[in-house]
Design a protein around this ligand. Structure first.
Ligand code: SAM
Length: 187
């Protein structure tokens, strides 16, 4: 299939904007796959802040980073991404959200619309011009529908002079394939 699923698209956009030496954020560490991906993109001189509310996510991520010798460029934070302003005091090029629950983990510990939007607004404050916030929305399953509905109601309220907000979704594929939201700072 030529058309790409949301996760693959999110990585393509990340590759387009992130350069060696950038500071970026993985807002949902989970099993660490995106943290590793971002750590490779920012290179030796870059920095990745990564958040999760579950200590198991930090353990899994640390293990993956150590295997690739990437741990020195990553700051793993066991706290909600909605509190990112307390930890990040510098401009960031990219903030990536991969919503839902940790694959292989407890389905009842998942992102929520309210906290995700709080984090998105916090991330907007630190985003550089032409930097991106990327959100992969898994809907369906436990809480996904209500989170999706909440986010899609909030995003159109974002000031269009300062930010462009784009939604990409398949209209006819079965099983609720994830959607992609990209937010670019314009000025
Ligand atoms: C779909 S997983 C992320 C997958 C991950 N990016 C990867 O590559 O494996 C979503 C994660 O978000 C975490 N999460 C839920 N609420 C959160 C919050 N308020 N702040 C940060 N992480 C949160 C969950 O604990 C879960 O590990």
């Amino acid at each position: 299939m030529v058309l790409k699923q949301a996760l693959a698209q999110s990585h393509e956009y990340a590759r387009m904007v992130v350069k060696e030496g950038d500071t970026v954020v993985d807002a949902t560490m989970g099993n660490g796959n995106d943290t590793v991906f971002l750590a490779e993109l920012v290179g030796k001189t870059g920095k990745v802040y990564a958040f999760d509310i579950q200590s198991i996510a930090l353990e899994k991520t640390d293990e993956k980073l150590s295997q690739k010798n990437l741990e020195k460029r990553c700051i793993l934070i066991c706290d909600g991404h909605e509190n990112m302003a307390q930890y990040i005091k510098e401009p960031v090029k990219l903030v990536m959200f991969n919503l839902g629950y940790r694959p292989g983990g407890d389905h009842s510990i998942a992102t929520t619309g309210e906290t995700t939007m709080k984090a998105v607004y916090a991330a907007m404050e630190n985003l550089v011009v032409h930097g991106l916030i990327i959100i992969v929305i898994y809907h369906g399953g436990d809480t996904g529908f209500s989170e999706r509905d909440y986010i899609l109601k909030e995003l159109p309220k974002i000031d269009s002079k300062s930010f462009a907000v784009m939604l990409t979704k398949f209209l006819n594929l079965p099983n609720n394939p994830p959607m992609l939201v990209c937010i670019e700072r314009l000025k």
